[in-house]
Design a protein around this ligand. Structure first.
Ligand code: ADP
Length: 470
């Protein structure tokens, strides 16, 4: 089976969240199962920098693509890199569109005005080059999120099967309808059953309408997005298309997120020997300048600062950590109001220590060194951090939505049912009580989570069965 993934993020090249992690790991799992897998990615500036940093060689392919887009002839060249699993990543080098400070937003925090044109060019270039680069047409084109949603739209009358994965329905790629002729689309797509949404062009919506199959990243989220609460205005449309929708849970890259081999942490450890976990905990407290007494747990958050993630709920509860007898470390970037609030909490309360940064090695040290990982998300398509936490014996405390509901049960963590301060406080009282008064029960939670299979093996096979059904 020849599989082409089309995405705007893939670790280790560039990532802003879970999308990058998924595309850094799923292709390798599929290749290990015998598929020929290619990943198509724009050569964002971050990807060029990652190549230098990680010594990833980029070879020229001699394949380029030219499109007339928004009134200009634009050309890009594909570079390639093949990894140890045999997955080839083809990176589209087009400085005009991709050599920028951020992936989607500038340093002022605003989305680039030409995002629709940038990713339309990317999709057109992939379609021009895919057969030449893969030595023949792929058996399936698997597009991810709105940035690649034009793939199934452009191919809507072609015989090649397409799949689109919704990693987060909150980001729909909504543009002014003037974009339609500028990116070579026919007005026929501008209908309520396809890409039209309140007189705008909705790329993700159009991709969902045109793909042969639609997936999202957990079974519960697949159900939730058919409801008004979680559907971001698309619930009725999704319900109408539900026949083609499946939820496949994400896995984790065990070469990256296993405490047994993780190179970023103070000391490696496993379910059979947890001594390294205590060394990581000590090191983390020292790094964040926290001093906890025996019986006082260390809580952690690593997150984009977006309202989805419920960081405001954590900030609201932070002053209560003194009476709860717990410490909190926070790593994240995003909405500036939240950044400021955590910087203030950090300076005001001795039990809170926050770093406003995007720092992957630090995310590893926190995940391995903490006792509990907090995720009071208002919605969560899958969530990866709770999986990374459980693999490292760090107990997740989560609002039971989406993938959090599918992956965290009371054998491995603590769940609550409302994304608000009362919900989180209630769950924290349960969790801190267990931590303090029932160490052997706590140990059981840790070891059970560490022994669960969160790998990509099962999900990769589910995707394969889906491709075969097409
Ligand atoms: P989302 O994709 O909604 O942001 P996920 O839980 O699916 O959420 O994935 C988030 C990924 O991004 C994880 O790998 C997480 O460790 C990483 N991440 C988020 N914020 C930071 C940060 N400030 N520094 C390092 N890694 C981060």
């Amino acid at each position: 089976m020849k599989i082409a993934h089309i995405t705007s993020e893939a670790a280790p090249w560039c990532k802003s969240g879970g999308l990058g992690d998924v595309l850094g790991a799923l292709p390798g799992a599929q290749a290990r199962d015998g598929a020929q897998v290619a990943v198509f990615l724009p050569l964002h500036r971050a990807a060029r920098q990652a190549a230098k940093k990680h010594n990833l060689t980029l070879s020229t392919t001699g394949v380029s693509a030219t499109s007339r887009i928004a009134g200009h002839d634009v050309t890009g060249h594909f570079l390639s890199h093949t990894d140890s699993n045999g997955v080839t990543t083809f990176l589209l080098d087009c400085q005009r569109f991709f050599d920028r400070d951020g992936l989607y937003t500038g340093s002022d925090g605003r989305s680039y005005a030409d995002n629709g044109v940038r990713y339309a060019f990317f999709c057109q270039a992939v379609l021009q080059a895919v057969s030449a680069l893969m030595g023949g047409a792929p058996d399936v084109l698997h597009a991810h999120d709105w940035q690649a949603a034009l793939i199934p739209i452009y191919l809507r009358h072609a015989p090649v099967p397409t799949v689109i994965t919704i990693h987060n329905l909150a980001y729909q790629g909504m543009f002014h309808k003037d974009l339609i002729p500028a990116i070579g689309l026919d007005w026929e797509v501008f209908s309520p059953s396809c890409a039209e949404f309140h007189d705008h062009l909705g790329l993700l919506k159009g991709g969902i309408a045109c793909a042969n199959a639609v997936t999202t990243v957990s079974p519960t989220y697949a159900r939730e997005i058919t409801t008004e609460t979680f559907g971001h205005g698309l619930h009725e449309f999704i319900r109408h298309n539900a026949r083609r929708l499946t939820g496949i849970i994400n896995g984790i890259d065990e070469s990256e997120w296993s405490p047994e081999v993780d190179p970023h942490i103070a000391q490696n450890f496993s379910a059979t020997d947890l001594s390294g976990k205590w060394a990581c905990r000590e090191a983390l407290q020292a790094e964040f300048g926290l001093r906890l007494k025996p019986g006082e747990p260390l809580l952690a958050v690593v997150s984009r600062f977006a309202s989805q993630k419920g960081l405001d709920i954590i900030a609201d509860i932070a002053p209560e950590l003194e009476s709860m007898g717990a410490g909190l470390v926070v790593l994240g970037t995003g909405e500036s109001a939240l950044e400021k609030r955590f910087a203030w909490l950090s300076s005001r309360f001795r039990r809170v220590s926050a770093r406003i940064d995007f720092d992957v090695p630090l995310a590893h040290r926190i995940t391995a060194g903490a006792d509990m990982f907090l995720m009071p998300s208002r919605f969560e398509p899958c969530g990866l951090n709770q999986l990374y936490a459980m693999a490292a014996g760090t107990i997740p405390v989560v609002n039971a939505v989406g993938g959090l509901a599918d992956t965290v049960d009371d054998q491995v963590g603590f769940r609550f049912g409302h994304a608000n301060v009362d919900g989180l406080r209630w769950a924290l009282h349960q969790a801190i009580g267990r931590y303090r008064y029932d160490p052997s029960g706590w140990n059981r939670l840790m070891v059970t989570g560490m022994r669960r299979d969160f790998s990509w093996r099962q999900p990769a096979r589910q995707y394969m069965r889906l491709y075969q059904s097409l």
